[in-house]
Design a protein around this ligand. Sequence first.
Ligand code: GLP
Length: 266
Amino acid sequence: MEVIIQPTADAAAELVTALIDQALRAKPDLVLGLATGRTMEAVYARLVRRHREQGLSFKRCRTFNLDEYVGLPVGDPASYRSYMNHNLFAHVDIPFAHTHLPDGMAADLAAACDEYERCISKCGGIDFQLLGIGNDGHIGFNEPLSALQSRTREKALTPATVKQNSPLFADPSRMPRRALTMGIGTILDARRCVMLVTGAGKASVLAQAVEGPITAMISASALQLHPHCTVVVDEAATADLKATDYYRWIFENEPEWAPFRAKPKN
Ligand code: GLP
């Protein structure tokens, strides 16, 4: 795992966008794992801009979202399908049939989860998985005590998650209490993981996920097991991290990051 610190939330979103851009141009038929949440809106807005202004194409890309609420019609404005259409899919050249989210309206939810896993495999597995983190340490909707080898399945949401996400519903009491989510094992199978964490409110959970022990209590800590995981954060989120000098040194000195460093002004 590596942690990359950027001065602001905008700079962190810009770097994550640049990583997706790089991956997509290198492999136009990229299988891209996507996340929702407020943090990701800045990334999707930038991807849309790059599509419009810099010819970034999603035509051959296939996407798999991490999760979807159970029992929420896809047309509901608070569904993750609506979120993705609104923030990304409707504004780029991705064919609708290439975009996938778990089917939270399926009559047989367990079968829908198995089908989701099969579909990911049929596409060759996820090349690049974008992730955010919940206040309780979840990735996707892998709430505390999610098995570290779990696959796509139905999960009950914690009160912390309900508190975090219910303001996104016109009537917060209507937020579903269950969701379908890729498992931690599904996420760890992705060839590359990139987690974006911004804001002082995430400082404590970020430190637990990155520098704490691997524990099912903080499902994001399982990313420490991943062979190629990058965590991109802003200054505000670093408040509780211990090894920030090392993380800064990596970004300033490792050749991999040279194309992403600000060019010196003449
Ligand atoms: C939801 C999603 C997570 C996401 C989280 C972060 O809970 N299921 O995948 O990481 O939101 O949300 P925000 O960016 O709004 O803090």
